[in-house]
Design a protein around this ligand. Structure first.
Ligand SMILES: Nc1ncnc2c1ncn2[C@@H]1O[C@H](COP(=O)(O)OP(=O)(O)OP(=O)(O)O)[C@@H](O)[C@H]1O
Ligand SMILES: [Mg+2]
Length: 334
């Protein structure tokens, strides 16, 4: 039986193809990692010799973007770099991983941000020059861009002061266009843990703090109390616990991941790589425990190499790394 074209069109489901799987707004910087047993500087012109160094792309959002792109996601990164050699290092690294760098702006008036990590075997100290890290402005984040992504990842919330007032509107725009939002604030250098964060949390689908950040943000005294407080408010909360693995809460269910013991070179970017792995699973609609396993594989792989990106996995590596992660149900739905 033939049917009228109008009748058929009214049954069509319209799928909008978005330009990006993930968009992130970033703190782009370089990391100079110095390695040795005694890196405490001696002033009065003392010169100390160190065991080695690595010069890599740093920045929470840029490391995140690199990992997400290596997993095959279409990733756009909004950020600012200077016109210098560190900017070249950052852009080359992002492009090698497959990140779309067309949204990265160059500001020749400001130096690219730089962190010097003094990495001793059991501790580290970081010296940071912010430079272009804080140069991202609300006008760099157009509504059109926010509507062109399936997902927005907000990282380094506290390092982007010029954007903080705009973040509630930014996340609402993404949701208005049917997108989802994840948040990893990372550390607050002022340790106030607020600055309008509550309004962003209300639009967050996946919240990914570490074990120190969760109690600080929820103003509780433990991970457990923090998770309880967010149960009704945020659909998925994943908590990173370094070498002790990670947790994920979805409603009443709580899963725990245990990672194999690793020979740690440094843990730079482990949390950001974890975030990207989690969202790789989330955007495919995988169950949270599978997202947790992928995230944990990505996090634990990065610690074996210096800096945030050298040890990151590619999508093809997941088949080898994910089975190394043990997942257990810590608390069930019922
Ligand atoms: N020492 C380690 N051994 C093995 N895996 C680790 C180690 N440290 C971190 N990881 C892996 O990386 C994940 C995230 O690490 P971590 O808890 O350090 O996040 P974070 O504090 O957010 O890190 P970041 O410094 O990037 O902000 C862990 O859940 C784990 O899977
Ligand atoms: Mg972190």
């Amino acid at each position: 039986m033939s049917r009228d074209i109008g009748e058929i069109a009214s049954e069509w489901v319209v799928f909008e193809i978005k330009q990006f799987d993930i968009l992130t707004i970033g703190d782009l910087c370089a990391d100079l990692v110095m390695m040795g047993d005694d890196l405490v500087p001696g002033f009065s012109q003392e010169e100390k010799l160190v065991d080695g160094y690595a010069l890599r792309m740093g920045g929470s959002c840029s490391i995140f973007a690199s990992q997400a792109a290596r997993l095959g996601l279409r990733v756009g990164l909004i950020g600012v770099v200077g016109d210098d050699a560190f900017a070249d290092l950052i852009l080359d690294t992002l492009e090698e991983s497959g990140v779309d760098t067309s949204l990265v702006l160059v500001d020749p008036q400001v130096q690219t941000g730089l962190s010097v990590h003094l990495q001793q075997p059991d501790d580290r100290s970081i010296l940071t020059y912010l430079g272009t890290i804080t140069s991202v402005l609300p006008e760099h984040v157009s509504t059109e861009l926010l509507h062109s992504t399936r997902h927005l990842h907000v990282g380094s919330y506290f390092l982007l002061p010029q954007l903080q007032a705009a973040f509630p509107t930014i996340v609402q725009e993404v949701k208005k266009a049917g997108g989802t939002v994840s948040l990893d604030t990372n550390w607050d250098p002022e340790e106030k843990w607020d600055r309008g964060l509550g309004q962003v949390l209300d639009y967050t689908d996946v919240f990914i703090p570490n074990e120190q950040e969760l109690p600080a943000i929820t103003r509780t005294h433990s991970i457990w109390a923090g998770l309880e407080k967010l149960k009704e408010r945020i659909p998925i909360v994943a908590v990173k616990m370094g070498g002790d693995g990670a947790l994920v809460q979805e409603g009443e269910a709580l899963w725990r991941a245990t990672v194999p013991e690793a020979e740690v070179v440094d843990t730079i970017g482990a949390g950001d790589s974890f975030d990207a792995g989690f969202l790789y699973g989330f955007l495919q609609g995988k169950p949270v425990e599978e997202c947790l396993a992928i995230a944990s594989a990505c996090g634990s792989a990065t610690v074996r190499a210096a800096g945030g990106t050298a040890g990151q996995l590619w999508e093809k590596d997941l088949a080898e790394w994910v089975p190394k992660i043990q997942i257990a149900l810590a608390k069930s739905k019922g």
